[in-house]
Write a protein that binds this ligand. Structure first.
Ligand code: HEC
Ligand code: HEC
Length: 447
């Protein structure tokens, strides 16, 4: 783990160390007199581990100090409209919901990689519970498989201008907000810059982004004004995404009764899922990386996923490239558009202390994972059984960049153990997101 020079929260501890320690203590104490009762009992050791490294999911995600309207209801209502809005995309047909379809767990099951204007080189991860995935080392909600964005709102500024995804531009988005959403925007963010004269004639080019002539023709001050409107667009969308939460799964009900409630057992997990949980936090060591309330440590690991399949680049350096992009990003936590009260605490201000391993990808959260096939950044594993088999094999032998994490080794699980792990993963499916959040709200008519 990198040594960071800036103040941060206490890390939740090394889960692997805890797993080994608790199970070791359980084994040692089994034969020794004088051990506390809870240490003699492997189940009690598991419960202690669950309490420490797998806390229940809070109703609301952790605060986002980089987004001043993160928990503002009016911002979220505007953000929901913008999430479903297609009119700023190049062909007027792509919205966030095209790839993050609420009907398929806010991801994309049409192909292994995402399809907007063209195919992208990676699978669409889910937006569900994504705000819960915070890296305790840096207090950062890393976004994208490679963490090239350090907040949810700055993430939302990637796809709209990306040529393969939506092909829009920040000047076009500012005009859309001005023409269709001015009142709602100003109620949340204050006055918009004046973009049209009294006759409605545009005072600036109506499309433009960095790298275009229209953008280069603007004064630095006007560029900043457009980028500020653009950052607010992202902040409204992020406020909506923070409401896209699904908890209270069978596992959570079991947890409430057994871990929090002290009951000996609970009918909420089948015997197979219960054995799968023991494997997950024990022998199969999944919990080394998939821990915390959303079953992600918020960090990056190399599990050896082969770059083989349709639309995939031959090489994907993952975190190594993502780190460089994050540091250079004008919209990062340390930049002028971030609302962080103490930018010295941003990871971007201390990037030299962060690890950027080649071929490492963000640990995805596992809540609702049964609903979000296909899997991995490549979208090439089609079922949870295939994922478990992948881990049982110790990842792929070749075809990926960098070196695998040391935990990724053959597990020698029996077929029934593999089935138990799948049953456990299936127990993580939570309640439906309320329909008023998953449906497209009424959007303003064309002017
Ligand atoms: C063309 C399909 C497509 C569109 C359109 C799209 N996304 Fe994505 N989204 C993806 C893909 C693919 C990734 C992962 C890309 C990567 O990691 O390089 C992603 C990643 C994300 C993530 C990161 C999740 C995580 O856990 O890291 C969020 C959040 C997200 N998108 C939200 C949005 C929002 C908001 C919009 C609209 C402004 C949007 N997306 C538009 C395909 C799309
Ligand atoms: C060394 C850390 C690590 C360990 C150990 C680990 N995972 Fe993962 N897991 C990851 C990372 C990183 C990814 C994404 C890899 C990629 O796409 O390149 C992932 C992806 C997944 C996915 C796909 C989720 C999605 O939305 O695409 C599932 C399911 C999963 N892991 C389950 C497990 C299970 C079950 C185990 C134990 C057998 C396990 N993991 C062990 C880090 C880990």
């Amino acid at each position: 783990m990198p040594t960071l020079k800036f103040p941060r929260q206490e890390p939740i501890g090394s889960p692997m160390g805890n797993i080994i320690r608790s199970l070791f203590v359980a084994a040692m104490c089994a034969g020794l007199a004088g051990c506390a009762v809870e240490e003699e009992d492997p189940v009690a050791a598991e419960i202690a581990l669950l309490k420490q490294d797998f806390p229940p999911m809070a109703d609301r995600p952790p605060a986002d100090p980089t987004n001043g309207v993160a928990d503002d209801a009016a911002a979220a209502r505007l953000g929901q409209k913008l999430f479903f809005e297609q009119r700023y995309s190049e062909n007027g047909q792509v919205s966030c919901a095209t790839c993050h379809n609420p009907g398929t767990a806010y991801q994309d099951d049409r192909n292994n990689t995402a399809l907007g204007l063209d195919f992208t080189g990676r699978h669409t991860p889910t937006v569900l519970n994504a705000a819960y995935v915070v890296d305790p080392e840096t207090d950062t909600n890393w976004m994208f498989w490679d963490g090239r964005k350090d907040s949810m709102w700055s993430q939302a500024l990637g796809p709209p201008e990306d040529a393969k995804e939506m092909g829009g531009s920040r000047m076009g988005i500012a005009f859309m907000l001005y023409d269709l959403y001015k009142e709602e925007y100003e109620a949340v963010f204050g006055a918009m810059p004046t973009l049209r004269d009294e006759d409605g004639t545009a005072l600036f080019a109506t499309e433009g982004k960095p790298g275009t002539n229209a953008w280069d023709a603007l004064s630095a001050e006007d560029q900043t004004a457009f980028s500020r409107v653009y950052s607010n667009f992202g902040k409204a969308i992020a406020a909506y995404e923070r409401l896209v939460v699904s908890g209270n799964s069978a596992y959570d009900k079991w947890y409430a009764e057994v871990v929090d409630g002290g009951a000996a057992d609970s009918s909420h997990l089948s015997a197979s899922a219960r054995r799968g949980l023991s494997l997950f936090i024990g022998k199969a060591a999944c919990g080394t990386c998939h821990n915390g309330a959303a079953f992600s440590d918020g960090g990056f690991h190399n599990t050896g996923v082969e770059q083989s399949g349709p639309h995939l680049p031959a090489e994907d350096y993952g975190r190594a490239d993502g780190m460089a992009s994050m540091v250079a990003d004008e919209f990062n936590c340390a930049g002028e558009f971030s609302d962080h009260p103490n930018k010295e605490r941003c990871a971007a201000a201390h990037a030299e202390d962060l690890e950027a391993r080649q071929g490492a990808f963000k640990t995805p959260p596992l809540r609702n994972v049964a609903l979000s096939a296909p899997y991995m950044h490549t979208g090439t594993l089609e079922t949870l059984a295939e994922v478990v088999e992948f881990y049982d094999d110790g990842g792929s032998d070749s075809g990926f960049s960098g070196e695998k994490d040391e935990e990724i080794v053959p597990l020698n699980l029996s077929e029934s153990e593999q089935a138990d792990l799948v049953a456990f993963l299936e127990s993580l499916t939570g309640e439906d997101v309320p329909a008023e959040l998953t449906t497209e709200p009424e959007l303003p008519p064309d002017p």
